[in-house]
Design a protein around this ligand. Structure first.
Ligand SMILES: [Mg+2]
Length: 225
């Protein structure tokens, strides 16, 4: 068995990291202004969840809070170079990775985003050593949900889709294309009610991963016999 993990909001607690980073940017550049810290941090987190270039994020914040272009440029630069330092992984992620490694499972990461930015986060999260393969859309040239990038991970690991599990938080970018290619899909979500046909398993907290792994292994054994 092999497991491919999405990064942001799957193993990386993106909203917690953004909140800390937004607070630090506020302290550094805006604490002497009239701007309210909490409102700024909220806008910062929200804009970073919109799929748009980071230049756009800081452009919009500068317009909304009327800070000068110099601050806008410096903030963007600071964000690009330091965001990984604020990165936090979800609880029990490293325990899960150690467990999988002990089970002899190959682990890969497939993430959308700029190559340096995503890789900096992975190494700051302390997870780099676990990954056999790390693929970023920035380096590969196409983004999830394009199936080509999923095929590339499977080929890089030299495995079959059917014996590979994909763990991700996005139905559109992770679950649908993974299922179409025949991978076993695990949706990282707090959603208790939605059960899309292309989701095989749900995971709300990595605390429950070992139990989930037993179910997956059982399913894989049954489908083989
Ligand atoms: Mg994600």
């Amino acid at each position: 068995m092999n497991v491919v993990f999405d990064l942001d909001d799957t193993i990386h607690d993106k909203s917690a990291s953004l909140e800390k980073c937004g607070g630090a940017l506020f302290e550094e550049y805006l604490s002497e202004t009239e701007i309210n810290r909490q409102t700024f941090v909220e806008s910062f987190v929200r804009e970073n969840y919109v799929i748009q270039a980071k230049v756009e994020v800081f452009r919009k914040l500068a317009l909304a809070y009327s800070f000068p272009e110099r601050v806008e440029t410096e903030m963007l630069d600071r964000f690009d170079n330091t965001f990984h330092q604020f990165s936090e992984r979800f609880d029990y992620v490293s325990e899960t990775f150690s467990f999988l490694r002990n089970e002899g499972v190959q682990i890969a990461c497939l993430t959308n985003g700029r190559d340096f930015f995503q890789r900096n986060k992975i190494s700051a999260l302390g997870l780099e050593e676990y990954f056999e393969v790390i693929i970023t859309s920035g380096e590969f040239g196409v983004k999830k949900p394009d199936q080509a990038i999923f095929k590339f991970v499977i080929d890089s690991l030299q495995v079959n889709a059917g014996s590979t599990v994909f763990v991700g938080d996005s139905l559109k970018a992770d679950m649908i294309p993974a299922k179409k290619l025949g991978l076993i899909t695990v949706w990282k979500t707090d959603d208790k009610t939605t059960n899309p046909e292309y989701v095989d398993f749900k995971l709300s907290h990595f605390r429950e991963f070992r139990k989930l792994w037993e179910a997956i292994s059982l399913g894989a054994a049954t489908s083989k016999s």
